[in-house]
Design a binder for this molecule. Structure first.
Ligand code: BMA
Length: 815
């Protein structure tokens, strides 16, 4: 990359920022307020150059294709000084025949990236967010959890392909299911100059060859394989993930001139939007089985995109797997992940709810933008359509409801208008225009392209989604129809208890979340000690949500208190976010005949920031992620307090029945007063196990319960935590080890809530954390030794950090 008078070496994938960081030309933009300091960099244009050699032999190829997987974004491409193209879309891949421009020996490729910031300034649209005229990840221009880092660069492979004129460009495998058998209709897209035969091979889950089809007539490169009783792909928890493979080989005589293969999973997918007395359902049905979607929303994994690598994706899928997720939504303000992400989801049985990359603003359909979108959608649909993990296409994030917020006169929508930067509702003319452009892109163009290229995967035009486009009367009108996005703070900071009311029983929730702070260790890596307070300038540079801290504190005051010590503030913000999510999700799951899934906002962070994430930028699990692992477990025992009664429910997503045992203990000021063991049969769905009157002494009494599968007791209080009579716990901690794990056993003499275990100087994901302890009942959590190695056990004990809600509430001042 050319930088001032220097040439900085870099390797694809690379960007302006990743290259400058590599050569120590700038400080880490994530540290303190460096974000502001790097902004002038985005005002400039940048050149990336490379030389490559072509031999005489290679030059004889009919065509020599120069390919780019992803160029971010405004890029002029030159080969040996000749301008090949000027591209404007980071979501497309490009290929050019460069044979006429190449020489034997050394050749030069030059990429000139124009500043996206200058471009947006020069192409300002008078409505909506500035990035609506460019096909670049929206969040790069700043988001309510995102750093403003509108980088430029080469995000995917760059390659030269020698092409004798014969090539298999694409393979599409459609599945026709009938009476238990499936016919795989394989269709290849060929460029043929002088080839004469194509061979299709179908391989089974054990890589065994199941069948071959040899075609002489390559003008119609199609073949069929019928399987009587195929092994079917199911989401994790619902069955296995057998994967078949279809290979295609193009021959000239006996010489194989091109080949391509695709992996598939055999399954049907359908979105149930049928009507009942209340409205339209919203639930995924895989192979005829209604599945409950336990998901999280994914944003970009790093704002410096070239820093995202194979390990990032593997870790992300591990996180999903061990948090009991069976689905991920790829959110529309970011980018389309690489093939590896989808491959890993196929293997792990993780369903993907896939947005097209449009979010939170209306887009201006100039002729060239429409063409650009058309090519982008074609490119991505063709790339992804064979993956069994792909279960839903979605046109955009929140544009339908943005329209509602902008046209509704309902007072509840006011906060949302503010969020989207509008003072008052649209006038009639603007509303009409927006309806027109919305319909052009999301009701016509994209669905028709999806229908043509991926007809068997359901499509919705927007999320949240009501049955009739652009017809919701208010943003919040999504509970009985379609899916829902819901944030307390945009509903006038409604009490979180609203989330256990009929009004909030949703068919499906595809976004719900509450902000919390990243781990204090993460903050310490990016800030100075005296920056560590919620309202310091530096901390506020890492809190992008309007009135974010105020919202966090409002809820803290209602339920807990606002702690003085920053470490307690961080801890409590995490407990609170996790608790609100637990409260909501368990309610929805208790009604899993009506609610068919919840996708939490948000799974990950792209830099160190206060956000809605479960795991922070450095991969440290916040309280919410541990709670997610508990409340998203395939089977769940959950309690509900309502009108003086407490009820216990069992919820199960597992198809099979199991014998189970419910253990209940009721405590009051004097200790345990009642205990019961109740055998029951755990069935798919939800069932009420027990109901009884709440105790009178609400500030001392609590209920503890678990079933056979759960080692930890869950605790139900009968008052707000701030009103409960917590005592200072006397904790007994013992540490042991097995060959591969450390074991930490904690016992408390009194009820101890939200016990956090951490270590000075070490990080590990524990088998459980932020858990409750009932009096004198030991609980053991473990750590895989692969994550951290200690010389000896006493050292581990020395490094131990323990924090409890008791201690935070007893030292702070309540209101
Ligand atoms: C949702 C998302 C994002 C945003 C989040 C939190 O609506 O789609 O736009 O980050 O809310 O405000």
């Amino acid at each position: 990359m050319e930088w001032e008078d220097e040439k900085l070496s870099c390797e694809v994938p690379c960007s302006v920022i990743s290259t400058l960081l590599l050569h120590h030309k700038i400080e880490d933009p994530y540290i303190r307020d460096n974000e502001a300091k790097i902004q002038p960099l985005f005002e400039k244009d940048y050149v990336f150059k490379t030389a490559f050699t072509v031999t005489k032999n290679e030059l004889e190829s009919k065509r020599i294709l120069l390919g780019f997987e992803s160029l971010d974004t405004l890029c002029e491409i030159y080969v040996n000084g000749t301008k090949l193209a000027e591209e404007k879309n980071m979501f497309r891949s490009f290929r050019y025949n460069v044979a006429p421009f190449l020489f034997e020996g050394s050749n030069e490729l030059k990429l000139l990236f124009h500043s996206p910031v200058v471009y947006l300034r020069e192409h300002k649209a008078d409505l909506g967010k500035p990035f609506n005229v460019i096909r670049k990840a929206g969040c790069m221009f700043g988001w309510d959890w995102g750093i403003t880092l509108p980088d430029s660069g080469i995000l995917g492979d760059v390659y030269l392909l020698l092409d004798g004129g014969n090539e298999i460009n694409d393979l599409y495998i459609r599945q026709i299911h009938k009476n238990g058998s499936v016919t795989l209709c394989v269709n290849a897209e060929l460029s043929v100059d002088n080839a004469d035969e194509v061979l299709f091979i179908l391989k089974g889950p054990q890589r065994e060859c199941i069948g071959e089809r040899r075609l002489k007539d390559i003008r119609h490169p199609e073949a069929e394989f019928t399987l009587k009783d195929p092994a079917r792909w199911m989401p994790t928890g619902y069955g296995e993930q057998p994967l078949y493979r279809v290979e295609a080989v193009l021959y000239r005589g006996s010489e194989a001139v091109s080949s391509l293969s695709r992996r598939i999973g055999i399954r049907t997918v359908c979105l149930d939007t049928s009507k009942d007395g209340k409205g339209h359902r919203f639930g995924l049905v895989i192979n005829g089985v209604p599945v409950y979607f336990r998901g999280e929303n994914m944003i970009i994994n790093d704002a410096v995109i070239p820093h995202i690598n194979e390990e990032t994706w593997r870790k992300l899928i591990d996180l999903a797997r061990c948090s009991h997720l069976n689905g991920i939504r790829v959110w529309g303000g970011a980018y389309y992940p690489p093939d590896l992400f989808y491959d890993l989801c196929d293997e792990a049985g993780i369903m993907v709810y896939q947005d097209f990359m449009f979010a939170c603003t209306f887009y201006y359909p100039s002729k060239s933008l429409i063409e650009n979108i058309r090519e982008e959608v074609r490119c991505q649909v063709r790339r992804l359509r064979n993956h069994p993990c792909l279960v839903l296409w979605c046109g955009n994030n929140e544009l339908d409801c943005l329209y509602t917020a902008m046209t509704s006169k309902e007072p509840r929508t006011e906060a949302l208008r503010k969020l989207f930067g509008a003072k008052q509702p649209f006038d009639y003319k603007t509303a009409f225009f927006i309806r027109y452009i919305y319909s052009k892109i999301f009701l016509k163009l994209i669905p028709s392209l999806v229908k043509e290229a991926s007809p068997d995967i359901p499509f919705i035009h927007s999320t949240p989604h009501v049955y009739r486009p652009l017809k919701a009367r208010s943003f919040f009108e999504y509970t009985w129809d379609g899916d829902m996005h819901y944030y307390l703070q945009y509903d006038g900071n409604a009490p979180y208890q609203i989330m256990q009311t009929e009004e909030m029983l949703c068919r499906f929730i595809s976004e719900i979340g509450f902000q919390s702070y990243p781990s204090i260790k993460t903050l310490r890596e990016y800030m100075n000690e005296d920056d560590l307070s919620p309202y310091s300038d530096i901390m506020l540079a890492h809190q992008k949500c309007f009135e974010g801290n105020q919202t966090i504190e409002l809820y803290m005051k209602r339920d807990f208190l606002v702690p003085e010590r920053f470490e307690d503030y961080v801890y409590l913000s995490q407990i609170q976010a996790g608790e609100i999510m637990r409260y909501t999700v368990e309610y929805q799951r208790r009604h899993n005949d009506y609610n068919r899934g919840v996708i939490l906002w948000q799974m990950n962070d792209c830099w160190p920031v206060v956000s809605w994430s479960g795991v922070d930028y450095k991969g440290r699990w916040k309280a919410e992620q541990y709670m997610t692992r508990r409340f998203f477990a395939p089977t769940l025992i959950t309690s509900e307090v309502r009108e003086g009664q407490v009820s216990l429910y069992a919820v199960s997503d597992l198809p099979e029945e199991q014998d189970d045992l419910l253990e209940i203990r009721l405590y009051d000021a004097k200790g345990e007063i009642e205990s019961h063991s109740i055998p029951f049969v755990l069935r798919n769905g939800n069932q009420k196990l027990r109901e009884f009157a709440c105790p009178r002494d609400t500030t001392h009494s609590f209920l503890a319960f678990r079933d056979q599968k759960e080692a930890a007791f869950k605790v139900q209080l009968f008052c707000l935590p701030k009103d409960f009579h917590f005592e200072k716990p006397d904790l007994n901690i013992s540490i042991g080890e097995t060959v591969d794990r450390y074991q930490i056993t904690v016992t408390s003499d009194t009820l101890c809530k939200d016990v956090m275990i951490d270590f000075h100087g070490f990080d590990a994901v524990l088998s459980d954390n932020f858990f409750d302890l009932v009096p004198n009942e030991p609980y053991t959590v473990t750590i895989d030794k692969k994550q951290m190695h200690m010389e000896d056990i006493p050292l581990l004990k020395e490094k131990l950090i323990i924090k409890t809600l008791n201690e935070v509430l007893l030292t702070g001042e309540k209101e």
